[in-house]
Design a protein around this ligand. Structure first.
Ligand code: CP
Ligand code: NVA
Length: 312
């Protein structure tokens, strides 16, 4: 049984397969979830992730059930394991947005259904797949040379850096002292191809094809907001910073955004921004991921086979 808790739970070939399916028309998608339920468990708020998953499940013939934060009670009302075992009585896939990444690992370890990470404190792999799809559409995976991430070394950055490394795109991170990645995270990215880290936004962005940022205060870090605002102040993506990127560079943001904090309004609402294409790609990427995970896991056979045939 396959799970998707981080981008490198797929091989590089499998990631390319998922991106290929994600690129296809919704009507061309295999009915990989026909007759299946998909549990969508949320411990945190969501707009894009919930809506894109619900639509993708329907495009594959399945039935999504959204489970509200107050209904979950992870390790409070019952254990993460018992939540997974219960949901697997009704559903063929469990997708969850959680605070603790270990809750996803524990649910996956039950081996009762494929588990998909819809964002944890550590990782946001569904978003990273949509981001790579956007890069492939706007620039081409084989033409894009570097993605620069300016801001917090958070869940979003980690999944994006792993994904970039897996498809052979360099990535650079500009982050203030004290907010950089752990040694374990750097080791994990290094095992896929590596990334560079600096405290200088100009150095990270110089010549990049993609400039990416995310909020400075992620969900669950609200108590740190004031100190984060002070620490990240010089890391806003401004028109001046964008001017250092490669000619034709694009701007991406996973959203939700805080204009005037991590990004200037002129950038996110300007001509280089591709954030709405990126948001729409959440649905297409979710469809590709579900087709991959649900195909072999539920039916024991290959689902749709894109041209390169690297899929299950
Ligand atoms: N990018 C993203 O995951 O958005 P939501 O938090 O609205 O789902
Ligand atoms: N880093 C952000 C991403 C939101 C989609 C958070 O975890 O809140």
């Amino acid at each position: 049984m396959r799970h998707f808790l981080e981008v490198d739970d797929l091989s590089a070939d499998e990631l390319r397969w998922v991106l290929d399916v994600s690129s296809g028309a919704p009507e061309a998608a295999p009915p990989a979830l026909a007759g299946s339920g998909v549990a969508l468990v949320f411990e945190k708020s969501s707009n894009r992730t919930r809506n894109s998953m619900e639509m993708a499940v329907r495009q594959l013939g399945g039935h999504p059930v959204y489970i509200r934060p107050e209904e979950v009670g992870m390790d409070v009302r019952e254990t993460a394991e018992d939540i997974a075992r219960t949901l697997a009585c009704f559903h063929d896939v469990i997708a969850a947005r959680v605070f603790r990444h270990s809750h996803l690992e524990r649910m996956a370890a039950c081996e009762v259904a494929p588990v998909i990470n819809l964002l944890s404190d550590d990782a946001h792999p569904c978003q990273a797949v949509a981001d790579l799809l956007t890069v492939s559409q706007c620039i081409g995976l084989d033409r894009a040379q570097r993605v620069a991430f300016v801001g917090d070394a958070n869940n979003m950055w980690r999944s994006l850096a792993i994904g970039c490394a897996m498809v052979g795109i360099e990535s650079s991170l500009a982050v203030p002292d004290g907010y950089g990645p752990s040694g374990a995270t750097l080791d994990r990215i290094a095992s896929r191809g590596g990334c560079t880290v600096t405290d200088d936004p100009a150095a990270a962005v110089a010549g990049a094809d993609v400039v990416y940022t995310d909020v400075w205060t992620s969900m669950g870090q609200e108590d740190e907001q004031a100190e984060r605002l002070a620490a990240f102040g010089p890391y806003q993506v401004t028109p001046e910073l964008m001017s250092l990127a490669a000619p034709g560079a694009i701007f991406l943001h996973c959203l939700p955004a805080r204009r005037g904090e991590e990004v200037a309004a002129e950038v996110i609402d300007g001509p280089a921004s591709r954030v709405w294409q990126q948001a729409r790609n959440r649905m297409h990427a979710a469809r590709g991921l579900l087709a991959f995970l649900a195909g072999p896991a539920l039916h024991g056979a290959a689902s749709a086979s894109p041209a390169q045939g690297a899929g299950p």
